[in-house]
Design a protein around this ligand. Structure first.
Ligand code: KIV
Length: 264
């Protein structure tokens, strides 16, 4: 196996091959996921919820993410490592430089930022300095208090139009991956077909180029609750390795996510 790069992910999109991503926070799980052929490992700010038991992701710090990036990197040989930039860590372009540098130095190959068109300048400035960016749209959990809860985004036409417009602007600004969370399947399909860059979905239906799950959800373990779009793969397999393999196979074949795990 060769290390996964942004070029490999781009090639998979071009060839119509779906890729599988998982969150990871430590070396042991990272090694297992890597050995099962998971393409992308995200050190998500979801760690605030699944590791620390908090109600949202807002209290997570860049140093916490950097600590977990270093742990994941220590266990990973081939997977592409992406790190979340936490709430307010990219409030200004200067903040974005300082904090993204910490995450890249800890072992990330890309940083993920939540937001729409307003991120364009930040993304472009990061890219110019060698920091690749994944832009995260739809249900962006750092906006939970603006949205009034963890709610599906893009069901109204005006919201959907805004997401399409943001996606195009973010790609034009230099984003190299677009992640869509909790949006209707048809909207995620439209965005995926409109962009050259690969898309990753969570609660976004089966038409995105890649899928991602929070690792605890794949195993049916959660300090909070199991959202509708997640699936406990461990329930139908005999080990964590088998559960991860089944997830990867189901993503590759387009079996996961099905209608039950998608929004319309
Ligand atoms: O923080 C996270 O784990 C994420 C995924 C849910 C995509 O952003």
């Amino acid at each position: 196996m060769k290390p996964i790069t942004i070029s490999s992910l781009q090639a998979m999109k071009s060839e119509g091959k779906k890729f599988a991503c998982l969150t990871a926070y430590d070396a042991s799980f990272a090694k297992l996921f890597d050995q099962q052929g998971i393409d992308v490992l995200l050190i998500g700010d979801s760690l605030g919820m699944v590791l620390k038991g908090q109600k949202d992701t807002l209290a997570v710090t860049t140093d916490e993410i950097a600590y977990h990036v270093a742990s994941v990197a220590a266990g990973t040989e081939n997977a592409f490592i992406m790190a979340d930039m936490p709430f307010m860590s990219y409030a200004t372009i200067e903040d974005a430089f300082v904090n993204a540098k910490k995450l890249m130095a800890a072992g990330a190959s890309m940083v993920k930022l939540e937001g729409g068109e307003w991120l364009s300048e930040t993304i472009n400035e990061l890219l110019q300095r060698g920091i690749p960016v994944c832009a995260h749209v739809g249900l962006t959990p750092q906006m939970v208090h603006v949205f009034g809860g963890f709610k599906v985004q893009g069901r109204q036409q005006s919201q959907a139009d805004k997401i399409v417009k943001s996606a195009l602007s973010l790609e034009a600004a230099g984003a190299q991956i677009l992640l869509m969370e909790c949006v209707p399947e048809s909207l995620a399909q439209k965005v995926t077909e409109s962009l050259e860059i690969p898309t990753i979905g969570i609660g976004a239906g089966k038409h995105t180029d890649g899928q991602i799950l929070v690792m605890h959800d794949l195993m049916g373990v959660s300090a909070n609750y199991m959202p509708k779009f997640t699936k406990n793969f461990l329930a139908e397999t005999n080990s964590i390795a088998e559960a991860v393999q089944k997830y990867k196979d189901d993503v590759a074949s387009g079996t996961f996510p099905d209608k039950e795990h998608s929004f319309s």
